[in-house]
Design a protein around this ligand. Structure first.
Ligand SMILES: [Zn+2]
Length: 415
């Protein structure tokens, strides 16, 4: 949990710390907030009174305490504000309308077609956001902003995508400004995997773990880090690119410029290519007949389902991919000494349990600290939604819960 600071001039920061404590607790007393944040009882009391007046927090019942009078429980008022989260993956767009408690109120998805120039794509996002709000019956005035999770690398402060490897021809795209123009709402842009770990912190498994790594399997392979209760972003705010750890020295070239990256051998395209190569070489199994008729019918989703059902070719390829991921995860755990590894993202599909068990087995048998304090490996309960929910929560973080490091370094990071 973030600690408050009992110093003058940090009022808005302490306010965000208190609101953050209420948000992730699901119900908490003033005394517990003081214990959790290190703020004095008086400071907590003043901030809570203001949050109550603003309607962001409400009192909701009480619980007995040892000795004194019963303690009033505080919860966020979910309908006090909304945010739209958009997860932009080169394979598709995913929209979530979330309330202040982090609950998805309404979601929608649409494919990204071949004509995705930045202007056309952001115009389409604007249309989709208006439709989402209309369907949910939420007026635009109640929406605090849009959080947009994009493939990296991004220049986060300016909301610019910088030569995303999977979107050839995009160069430097000020996607935050374009989306702001298309929607007339405030827009916060972040890296997709960082957004996913923020979503996990807010609404998933990250509520209880202090240090976790999030391994995100989508069109590419990404990651995010929560270290000692704080999102770790790195110098250029692009930390956690686990997909670009070398898995096969001297292996196939990766779009990032490195060789044999985890992403180059574990992404859906690589899985499909590996299965097709074996089927073309005469391998049998349940996919062979479909492959002979039309190779395009043996796609990633079908391969994952076949692997889960025990097809030998699909299971072998997914097993090899899981082993590469497991090797990377052992390295990550050894470097960072984590409590938890969360696996998420749309590309897990029906093979999710194969990945989880292979990685868990590797961490339990090969990680440096395994006998001292084994790290847990778990599937995200909000797997497919994590990046979009996290993107929505960026809006609340920007509006109510700025990271103190961001506040303190704002002057130095901006050009
Ligand atoms: Zn790479």
């Amino acid at each position: 949990m973030q600690q408050g600071a009992n110093l003058p001039g940090l009022g808005s920061y302490n306010r965000s710390v208190v609101l953050g404590a209420v948000q992730i607790s699901g119900g908490i007393s003033r005394v517990e907030i003081a214990a959790m944040t290190g703020l004095t009882a008086q400071t907590v009391s003043v901030i809570v009174r203001r949050l109550l007046e603003e309607g962001l927090v409400r009192e909701d019942g009480s619980e007995p305490s040892s000795g004194g009078k019963p303690r009033t429980i505080l919860r966020v008022a979910p309908e006090a504000g909304y945010a739209v989260g958009i997860h932009f993956d080169p394979g598709g767009l995913h929209y979530v309308l979330a309330d202040l408690a982090g609950r998805p109120v309404r979601t929608s998805r649409s494919p990204v077609r071949g004509d995705h120039s930045p202007e056309r794509l952001t115009a389409r996002m604007g249309t989709a956001v208006r439709r989402l709000l209309a369907e949910a019956g939420v007026p635009a005035e109640r929406v605090l902003g849009i959080g947009l999770a994009c493939p990296g690398p991004i220049d986060q402060p300016s909301g610019t995508m910088v030569h995303p490897p999977r979107l050839p021809g995009w160069g430097k795209v000020p996607i935050g400004d374009l989306l702001r123009a298309a929607t007339r709402l405030p827009v916060t842009v972040d890296n997709d995997a960082t957004a996913a770990v923020i979503g996990e912190r807010w609404a998933g498994l990250g509520r209880t773990a202090a240090s976790l790594a999030y391994l995100y399997l989508g069109t590419g392979v990404g990651g995010g880090l929560l270290l000692d209760g704080r999102i770790y972003r790195g110098r250029s705010l692009n930390a956690g690119e686990f997909g670009h750890i070398t898995a096969v020295p001297g292996g196939p070239p990766c779009r990032c410029g490195n060789l044999g990256c985890v992403e180059a051998v574990c992404c859906p395209d690589a899985i499909v290519a590996a299965v097709h190569e074996r089927l073309a070489g005469g391998a049998g199994g349940t996919l062979a007949a479909a492959f002979r008729r039309d190779p395009s019918r043996v796609g990633h989703a079908r391969i994952c389902a076949a692997a889960a059902a025990g097809d030998p070719v699909a299971a072998q390829v997914i097993g090899e991919v899981a082993a590469h991921l497991a090797g990377a995860v052992v390295t990550i755990v050894n470097v960072l000494d984590l409590d938890l590894i969360v696996l998420g993202g749309p590309a897990l599909g029906p093979a999710a349990e194969i990945y989880r068990s292979t990685i868990a087995e590797a961490v339990a048998s090969r990680a440096f600290t395994r006998r001292l304090r084994p790290a847990e490996v778990a599937l995200s309960p909000i797997a497919a939604d994590a990046a979009a929910i996290g993107a929505a929560s960026l809006v609340f973080h920007a509006a109510y819960a700025p990271d103190p490091a961001t506040l303190l370094s704002q002057g130095t990071r901006r050009p």
